[in-house]
Ligand binder design. Structure first.
Ligand code: GLP
Length: 243
């Protein structure tokens, strides 16, 4: 596990964008796994800028998003599909249909999870999975609990996760859907490389426990200890417990 320490969220985004750009230059047909949340917004800004200024090329890239809310579609501004269009897909030359997001309006969410998992397998799996960290230790929407699931599945969200996502729903937690679909921990750990971005003091205890503590379903991020190619990029506030 490599831990890269940066001064602030801007520097985290710069380094993460550099990692992505290096990979796309080396391997234009890359399969990326992508997160949502507030943390990666600066990264997507950097990638859009690199596309506009330096021609960073997404023409042969395929992306899979970690998760999506059940019951809302791309017309809803709080959906992760809308988020991805806003922050990345509409700003780079990723071909239509190659930015794969679970369909929150699928009539059978379980079947949608199977379809999504099969698409990842058909693409050859993720070369690089970028991740954010929930303050409660979730990865994607794999919530802390007595067990974790390996494959993409439907998850009932815990209150802290709904509260953390209210930001995208007019700060009104009652509008945040109760369920989401998420890649499973097995899906995530099958990626060839993992890149976890962590910023802000409110994540400091969680990341310290995930890196230094036991591997436990009570802290899904601790499972990243089991992967051999992980880089965690932290800003100084998040890294406070790691020094
Ligand atoms: C959300 C997403 C996660 C994300 C996390 C952190 O709930 N499902 O994939 O990594 O929470 O979000 P933020 O970056 O806003 O702290």
């Amino acid at each position: 596990m490599i831990i890269s320490l940066c001064d602030d969220p801007d520097a985290v985004a710069d380094l993460a964008a550099q990692r992505v750009a290096d990979l796309l230059h080396e391997q234009p047909r890359t399969v990326l796994g992508l997160p949502t949340g507030r943390t990666p917004v600066l990264l997507y800004d950097r990638l859009a800028d690199a596309h506009a200024a330096d021609g960073l090329d997404f023409a042969q890239v395929t992306t899979f998003n970690l998760d999506e809310f059940v019951g809302i579609g791309d017309l809803h501004p709080g959906s992760y599909r809308a988020y991805m269009r806003r922050y990345l897909f509409d700003r780079v030359n990723l071909p239509a249909g190659r930015g794969v997001v679970l369909d929150g309006l699928a009539p059978d969410p379980e079947a949608e999870c199977h379809r999504f998992e099969a698409l990842i397998d058909a693409a050859g799996g993720m070369d690089l999975q970028i991740l954010g960290l929930g303050a409660n230790g979730h990865i994607g929407f794999n919530e802390p609990g007595d067990s974790l699931q390996a494959a993409t599945h439907v998850m009932t969200l815990l209150a802290p996760s709904r509260e953390a996502n209210a930001f995208f729903f007019d700060d009104d937690v009652s509008q945040v859907p109760a369920q989401a679909m998420t890649m499973g921990m097995g899906t995530i750990l099958k990626a060839r490389r993992l890149l976890l971005l962590v910023t802000g003091a409110r994540k400091a205890r969680t990341i310290a426990a995930a890196v230094r503590g036991p591997v436990t379903t009570l802290l899904p991020a601790s499972f990243l200890q089991l992967h051999t190619e992980v880089e965690i990029i932290c800003d100084s506030e998040a890294a406070a417990g790691l020094r």
